[in-house]
Design a protein around this ligand. Structure first.
Ligand SMILES: Nc1ncnc2c1ncn2[C@@H]1O[C@H](COP(=O)(O)OP(=O)(O)O)[C@@H](O)[C@H]1O
Ligand SMILES: [Mg+2]
Length: 225
């Protein structure tokens, strides 16, 4: 289905730099007066925020893997209907911090629920609305985890003072899980090279931004031509 607007998702493990790069892309779009909307999964809607709380609360240790997948898909269905579809219809650039490929990798590959099932549920939840471009920010899991730990103990808003922040349920997963996440995104990007751009996110933030803008321009031209 041809859709107006331009849809970009940012994917990858924790600490790859999704938030950082989304912030930078926002300022480029703002400078160029291109209408955009930045959103996220899970939690891009009021209902989604409640689902996010269930998903990320470390107290919910006994959440079943299938129930977890359905909660992500419920969040996604609400997100597409309420936020993504209307913004694309209005011709905006829509940028989301995580989308369907996160379920494919985290639930389908890492939890072992299977890629085919996860993709079926993704299709149902999204009504087939997929990004024009998926940016996977790739870093070795040790780098990603070190960045997350540094981020947890340092908050610029507190002028360099340490803050006490508990890691959420996913961030507590073992390092081997994070390695599987990385491998999952790499193999997914090899399977869908047109849709997914794998970006080496160990580079400096400037270098990563430049590569992302290059990928966007390439797809943008293809879409308009
Ligand atoms: N290219 C980079 N090189 C070094 N540090 C980075 C880079 N990009 C982001 N960071 C830092 O790493 C931490 C995690 O980045 P963040 O954007 O929050 O990642 P994500 O949203 O993917 O989890 C932050 O403290 C951020 O400042
Ligand atoms: Mg982030």
């Amino acid at each position: 289905m041809a859709q107006r607007g331009f849809f970009i998702s940012f994917e990858g493990g924790e600490g790859g730099g999704k938030s950082t790069q989304i912030r930078r892309l926002k300022s480029v779009l703002r400078k160029n007066k291109i209408p955009f909307l930045v959103t996220l999964e899970p939690g891009g809607t009021p209902i989604g925020k409640k689902i996010r709380e269930l998903l990320l609360n470390p107290k919910n240790k006994n959440l079943s893997e299938r129930a977890e997948l359905y909660l992500y898909e419920a969040d996604r269905a609400q997100h597409v209907e309420e936020v993504v579809k209307p913004a694309l219809k209005a011709g905006k650039v829509v940028i989301t911090d995580r989308y369907a490929d996160s379920s494919t990798v985290y639930q389908g590959v890492c939890r072992g629920l299977g890629v085919p099932w996860t993709e079926k549920l993704n299709d149902f939840a999204t009504e087939g609305i997929y990004p024009d471009l998926v940016i996977v920010l790739d870093v070795p899991e040790t780098v990603g985890l070190a960045r997350v730990r540094a981020r947890l103990s340092f908050d610029p808003k507190l002028h360099g003072k340490r803050r006490v922040v508990k890691m959420d349920r996913l961030e507590r997963e073992k390092q081997s899980f994070h390695r599987k996440v990385r491998k999952g995104f790499i193999s997914l990007s090899k399977k869908h090279p047109k849709r997914i751009a794998l970006v080496d996110a160990t580079q400096t933030p400037d270098e990563v931004s430049a590569q992302i803008l290059g990928e966007i321009e390439k797809r943008w031209r293809r879409k308009l031509s």
